[in-house]
Design a protein around this ligand. Structure first.
Ligand SMILES: Nc1ncnc2c1ncn2[C@@H]1O[C@H](COP(=O)(O)OP(=O)(O)OP(=O)(O)O)[C@@H](O)[C@H]1O
Ligand SMILES: [Mg+2]
Length: 320
């Protein structure tokens, strides 16, 4: 890759009026956590990384690696995490644009900030990360000063274009519907990060609870309970369980702690599964035994509830 090395003593550019930094520089560090995705997505990201690690080889062969990426998907699913992981994997610092610092009430200043940011990023070997990209791209819909705003958005898009032959750019949004097709077309690669399915939820839970819970039926049950949850929601649950476990040690009661968690993380639309956890163990066991999508056999239920199999069998029969 061309460009100067971005050493830790290089200062990021600032807004000339407010002095606020337009970007934050994150050095690549070993052990940057890898987001957990479904196997197909992980494999695709693997081949992308391979291409980027071999960018010089590709250049030498007269080929251009895909350099601009749009990552989109629901909140809390690991998009920002993925961008930082990519930076660490290819061993380049990530220049994280601070969009709030970039956008000034003066459109002229905003345009100049954008230009300065890209001049900076284009000068060094780095990954430019435009997180919450829709914040700028959607300015176009703002009815005020329409002509001016269009010019700012166009400045941004031209900068993205011009950079595409120079260095890596990653844009992130969770409002992909707000971006018009002209914006999409600018990106060589588009990665959709989905809400985690049950197997992926179970794997995230397994990794985050390694020191606390190792019974597979408990992990499976948690993954079942957290239907519709994002990775970030799972993080909140696992942090809670880890705290409870640290305080209670041997007196840690799994189902009791979960009941507390469900109460303390009340949602506007509480799902049936969460309601079952708050109710009686018997009803919960029965619901689990009857669940069509995720079957729990009586042996697993016995382990989960710490009861004998005949007890579980009695509970299940009683409901029939
Ligand atoms: N796929 C995942 N694998 C592992 N951990 C995850 C995953 N998704 C989210 N997390 C956890 O949730 C935290 C928040 O994730 P992140 O900030 O990357 O989400 P995001 O998609 O960027 O969300 P937003 O759209 O709100 O910006 C991460 O630091 C991580 O601990
Ligand atoms: Mg994010």
């Amino acid at each position: 890759m061309v460009g100067e090395t971005l050493t830790p003593n290089v200062r990021p550019p600032v807004d000339k009026e407010t002095g606020a930094a337009l970007a934050e520089i994150v050095e690549p560090t070993e052990g940057t956590p890898r987001p957990i995705f479904n196997p197909q997505l992980s494999a695709s990201i693997g081949s992308l990384l391979e291409e980027w690690r071999n960018a010089d080889t590709l250049r030498a062969a007269g080929l251009r690696p895909a350099l601009s990426t749009m990552i989109f998907g629901p909140p809390g699913t690991g998009k920002t995490m993925l961008a930082h992981f990519i930076g660490a994997e290819i061993g380049l610092p990530v220049v994280v644009a601070k969009l709030d610092g970039l956008i000034s009430s003066f459109l002229g200043t905003t345009a100049r900030n954008i230009a300065n940011l890209f001049t900076f990023a284009d000068r060094y070997r780095c990954v430019l990360l435009l997180d919450e990209f829709d914040a700028i791209a959607k300015l176009r819909d703002d009815p005020h000063e329409l002509g001016e705003i269009k010019r700012v958005v166009n400045t941004l898009l031209q900068c993205v274009d011009a950079r595409s032959s120079v260095g890596f750019t990653i844009a992130i949004t969770n409002h992909e519907a707000l971006l018009d097709p002209a914006v999409w077309r600018r990106f060589d690669i588009r990665i959709e990060v989905p809400q985690p399915v049950i197997e992926v939820r179970q794997e995230i839970l397994r990794q985050r609870l390694a020191t606390v819970i190792d019974q597979p039926e408990r992990l499976r049950f948690l993954a079942w309970l957290m239907e519709g949850a994002s990775g970030s929601d799972l993080e909140k649950l696992t942090d809670f369980l880890r705290r409870q476990c640290a305080i209670r040690k041997d007196a840690f009661d799994f189902l009791q702690s979960l009941r507390a968690y469900v109460q303390l993380s009340a949602q506007q639309a509480d799902g049936e599964r969460r309601r079952l956890v708050a109710g009686s163990q018997e009803d919960l066991a029965r619901a689990l035994s009857e669940d069509k999508a995720t079957t729990f056999n009586q042996e697993q239920l016995a382990a989960l509830f710490g009861k004998t199999q005949p007890t579980i069998s009695r509970w299940v029969k009683r409901g029939r």
